[in-house]
Unconditional design. Structure first.
Lengths: 222, 257
């Protein structure tokens, strides 16, 4: 562990010069996650429609995975393995290589406000793809935490008796259903912004397929 | 009220029944096939991935795998939370695969409980004879797979005490039920022996009303609502997987909570 001139720390052992912005394992896990998330969200909407949480809010059949609730449940309880195992692999990789901390931290309030101001002025061009701006970092952290919460609340809804103390801690069975729904809303909200921005700056999309630019040794430290 | 759980167009259960042994014998390759079929491209191009037979087979394979995971998660000594009698919903929620207007009440005077399979004493039971068994009461949460729930108060002999009384093979794999509403069901032996698994004859201290399974229904604190057959007419202890009504339409068999 060394300290950079700007005071941030990084793991020297984990970062190799010349590595691509998105190493192959990250790209594979990203796209597996994309499929898993879409399966979970669309099958979740099919399950939701059987007993709605928000009065009057139904998801149309064209947005549901599964022709009826039982089919949606089959998808949901299959997709959960893909989502959870891939997510576990992603977090393990990100923590073990130091990549998560390197890419997501630190977030400074001043940078955050500046980025929001820039975005409102339609200055969203990424000159350097290898540096995440403060809003990006915050959104990625929020969506990762939301996904972790979804796995936890999903497990409680699936097994409210085996994990009854967890259900009580989060306010009861219907409260956990609501929390699972809110978690989905956060992820869908992220997804909309994420997809729109990647289409506005297509280089980011190609980077998640081909790997993107190679990281500069000078950024990595000496 | 029509149950929202009913499919718009119910598939013919006979089709799945015919292929049940095939579906259950599926091996790992089903999962690989699912992985291939599940490619992002197919989703993004809007193909109807839900209609392919190989996808259905893979989903059935995973559902069977989930049965095993749930059996491993099931702790036979863990009791479900119980609640004060003041929270009991009266009357309970009616739910079946048919409308309440199509209900065919069971005549308690002629009703008999038949026994079959790995049971020493297969003499049928009458309602009066069941009433002589020691009674257990529990106030538990009913959780429906659709997402709704309510607190109910149930009384009757534990299934365990009944199975012991008739000399059932408690090492058999399954306990299966037949009902007057033609709603076959089956559960794992571990859940059958759980202390909060009752052959309920009463709700909120009074004899079960017709819409809720009179004269005898299963009530388990550790499984989803659809796993609890009502208007039971026969119990079989068996090592053969017999599935159930919703299970034959694709619903998960273990259905534990």
């Amino acid at each position: 562990m060394k300290i950079r001139h700007d005071g941030t720390s990084f793991a020297t052992t984990a970062v190799t010069a010349g590595r691509r912005l998105h190493p192959l394992p990250v790209r594979i896990m990203h796209w597996i996650n994309a499929v898993a998330m879409i399966v979970m969200i669309m099958s979740g909407w099919g399950i939701y429609d059987d007993y709605v949480i928000v009065n009057g809010l139904h998801f149309p059949p064209s947005l549901r995975l599964g022709t009826w609730a039982v089919a949606s449940l089959r998808w949901h309880f299959a997709g959960m393995w893909l989502l959870a195992l891939n997510g576990l692999a992603y977090l393990s990789y990100g923590i073990a290589t130091g990549r998560l901390r390197e890419r997501m931290l630190p977030i400074r309030m001043r940078e955050l406000l500046q980025t929001v101001r820039d975005t409102l002025h339609f200055k969203i061009a990424h000159d350097d793809l290898t540096i995440y701006n403060a809003v990006q970092k915050l959104l990625y952290i929020v969506v990762i935490l939301a996904a972790i919460c979804q796995v936890a609340t999903g497990l409680l809804i699936w097994k409210p008796v085996q994990f009854s103390s967890g259900v009580a801690l989060l306010g009861g069975f219907q409260a956990v259903r609501l929390e699972h729904f809110i978690g989905m809303s956060v992820i869908v909200g992220f997804l909309v912004v994420h997809v729109i921005l990647s289409l506005l700056v297509p280089r980011t999309l190609w980077a998640m397929i081909g790997g993107g630019p190679r990281l500069q040794r000078t950024r990595v430290g000496t | 009220m029509r149950s929202p759980f009913r499919p718009q167009k119910p598939p013919n259960p006979a089709i799945l029944d015919d292929h049940r042994p095939l579906i259950r014998s599926l091996e790992r390759r089903g999962l690989i096939r699912a992985g291939l079929s599940l490619g992002a491209l197919r989703l993004l191009t809007g193909c109807d991935v839900g209609s392919s037979q190989s996808v259905e087979d893979a989903l059935s394979w995973i559902s069977t795998w989930n049965d095993r995971v749930q059996a491993a998660l099931f702790d036979p000594n863990r009791l479900a939370p119980t609640y004060p009698a003041s929270m009991i919903l009266k009357p309970p929620k009616f739910n079946a695969y048919f409308d309440i207007t199509d209900l065919k009440p069971v005549d308690g005077r002629t009703w008999k409980l038949e026994l079959a399979g790995r049971i020493a004493d297969k003499r049928p039971w009458t309602a009066e004879k069941i009433a002589t068994l020691p009674e257990t009461s529990m106030v538990i949460r009913h959780v429906c797979v659709e997402g709704w729930d309510y607190i109910g108060g149930w009384s009757g002999p534990t299934l365990r005490s009944f199975l012991e009384r008739v000399g059932a093979d408690l090492r058999a794999k399954y306990v299966a039920f037949k009902t007057a509403d033609d709603y076959p069901s089956s559960i794992d032996m571990a859940t059958a022996l759980h202390p909060q698994t009752l052959l309920a004859t009463k709700y909120a201290g009074e004899t079960l009303a017709d819409p809720f399974g009179y004269p005898l229904r299963l009530r388990m604190a550790t499984k989803l609502g659809y796993k609890n057959p009502k208007w039971i007419t026969a119990i079989e202890v068996t090592n053969t997987y017999l599935g159930g009504y919703w299970e034959s339409l694709g619903e998960n068999w273990f259905g534990g909570i």
